[in-house]
Design a protein. Structure first.
Length: 570
């Protein structure tokens, strides 16, 4: 992502020439003012956003969406991110270090011990100079918790976004696949104690248009030969982006296309893969700029077809992931997220799909995130953030990270974490969750692109919990513990949990931000050793429902006091 002149069509004046701009207009202006991006209106309300130095192109429909939440036939759970301060989630993570490697366009970092020396490596986009070519890089974790550079790919081409770690020919030598302009390039190790250095092949994905995301390396047809699903193009009719499935051919030492599908909607992105209708054949799901959903199913060895098409009522359905069976109902779900504008405010509607028959899927529920970005990074991942055995929803937007965890007790999602990144001229590119120290406390990595050196970097956050990691040792810090309430924010009831190391009389009280008592939940009440739960229903001492807002809850005993924040939303 390098410096180029900004080219804008005359629509700038339409959006920017008036006072009292909406959030939509502000976001368009923010991206239009950057000197590394080219923005043009190619059709009415369709913006083409280009990073010319990287061949990356994204089309975004900026039409206003109609608010039909009340007409929805399924449950819609809303999260108001605009009025939710991210400071109330500070207890989740603490900043540990900045890693001089990043990623681009939603691709997560790749962790592996590439040279088999017992130290963790991370592969990503390495760009130390503002005007230099980006390179694929590998850093190694040191004993002082810093990552140091070990290997760089050559600058013979614009190289970016390591995509996947593979061993396509099953020879025991690990490969690193890196996106380079219109191809992905396969680098292989030559010795078990070396890094992937030897270029084995380039696989062409784009012949003339540009480059996008959506690459997924997987065993799609279960023949023990690696496949890759991606969005690309060719010179055949119809022109435009298409989706492909290619399979590695050892005789040709490259991936060979096995399936080509030109979606009726001209721009698609994102993919989830799984046997969603449980018929023994895997499906790939992708979404389009107009909200069209396409399901591609494997029918037999190297045979695929489009078996299901539907449309959600929101544009830019580019976010895509699967969590397995998040609600334990015996059905694998996939999620489609669509980022658009409602009344001038950006938001993301997430659609939860499940099979209702062979090759037939329906939306089971919806989640609305009010106040997200639309134009830049919009990406959804599936990680088990809280180690409850269930994968959670993790979102990367250009200036936000959002994590939703599933709560089986309430049958709803909890807002687990919110992080706002407000550095001008910089944006979030990807989010990765990885347990660096293998201590059952996954770390949070937020990859950013900006004007600072290094241009590409990653913010490394470690969990705040009853353990603290220092040179891989677990240190106990307190026997008393007041935990964060859950769900949080809440609009019905919430649970407050605390631990006591001995029998104590305790007070548990809710206060407003001015320190005035709102509700006394426990008053000098004796409690035994162990874990205790107290429920608050959002009512004050007079039995009246409190106003929406941030409140404090405080646990006090003879030798202990701790206070945390919670958010109540009507």
């Amino acid at each position: 992502m390098k410096t180029l002149l900004l080219i804008l069509a005359g629509f700038i004046l339409i959006y920017f020439g008036q006072p009292g701009q909406t959030e939509k207009q502000k976001e368009i202006e923010r991206f239009s003012s950057r000197n590394d991006i080219q923005v043009t209106e190619v059709e009415k309300n369709i913006l083409k956003i280009e990073y010319p130095a990287d061949w990356y192109v994204k089309y975004v429909d900026i039409s206003e969406q109609e608010n039909e939440f009340n007409k929805a036939t399924v449950n819609v759970q809303e999260f108001d991110l605009i009025n939710t301060p991210d400071s109330i989630f500070d207890f989740r993570y603490r900043f540990k270090n900045q890693v001089p490697i990043g990623q681009a366009f939603g691709n997560p970092l790749l962790f592996y011990d590439f040279n088999n020396n017992g130290k963790l490596d991370v592969a990503g986009l390495y760009d130390i100079a503002i005007d230099g070519l980006a390179q694929g890089g590998i850093l190694e974790l040191q004993d002082d918790s810093t990552f140091t550079l070990q290997h760089l790919t050559a600058k013979t081409d614009t190289a970016f976004s390591p995509l996947s770690i593979t061993d396509v020919d099953n020879d025991g030598f690990i490969e690193l696949n890196i996106k380079t302009t219109q191809h992905f390039r396969n680098y292989e190790t030559v010795l078990l104690d070396s890094f992937p250095k030897v270029i084995r092949f380039d696989h062409e994905m784009w012949q003339h248009s540009g480059i996008g995301s959506t690459e997924m390396f997987t065993y799609f047809d279960d023949d023990s030969i690696l496949d890759v699903f991606y969005r690309g193009d060719d010179t055949l009719s119809p022109r435009g982006s298409k989706v492909y499935v290619a399979e590695y051919d050892i005789t040709k030492n490259n991936f060979i296309q096995k399936f080509r599908f030109p979606p009726p909607t001209w721009d698609v992105s994102g993919v989830s893969i799984g046997d969603f209708d449980e018929d023994g054949f895997k499906e790939a799901v992708t979404g389009s700029i107009k909200g069209d959903i396409y399901v591609i199913e494997n029918n037999a060895n190297d045979s695929y077809s489009n078996t299901f098409t539907s449309t959600v009522n929101t544009s830019n359905a580019y976010l895509n992931c699967t969590t397995g069976d998040i609600d334990n109902n015996g059905k694998m779900e996939f999620f489609i997220g669509a980022s658009s504008y409602w009344d001038g405010i950006g938001g993301t509607m997430v659609f939860w799909f499940e099979a209702v028959g062979d090759n037939n899927y329906e939306v089971q529920r919806q989640i609305f995130l009010r106040g997200t970005g639309v134009l830049g990074t919009t990406e959804m991942y599936s990680y088990d953030v809280n180690l409850d055995g269930v994968n959670d929803l993790v979102f990367a937007f250009s200036h936000q990270v959002v994590i939703l965890t599933w709560n089986n007790d309430t049958g709803l999602f909890d807002l687990y974490y919110l992080y706002n990144y407000e550095i001008s001229g910089s944006e979030i590119q990807a989010v990765t969750i990885y347990d660096v120290y293998n201590n059952q406390e996954p770390d949070l990595f937020i990859s950013i692109y900006g004007n600072n050196v290094p241009v590409d970097a990653t913010l490394w956050f470690v969990p705040k919990s009853i353990t603290n990691i220092s040179k891989n040792k677990i240190i106990k810090i307190n026997d008393f513990e007041l935990f964060q309430n859950y769900p949080n924010p809440f609009n019905g009831v919430t649970k407050i949990v605390f631990n006591l190391p001995k029998q104590e009389s305790v007070n548990l009280t809710i206060y407003n931000l001015h320190g005035k008592e709102v509700k006394r939940l426990l008053s000098n009440q004796g409690r035994t050793i162990g874990r205790h739960e107290v429920v608050w229903d959002g009512k004050n001492n007079a039995g009246k429902e409190v106003a929406s807002g941030v409140y404090l809850y405080s646990l006090v005993s003879k030798n202990f006091i701790q206070t945390k924040k919670l958010l109540y939303l009507k």
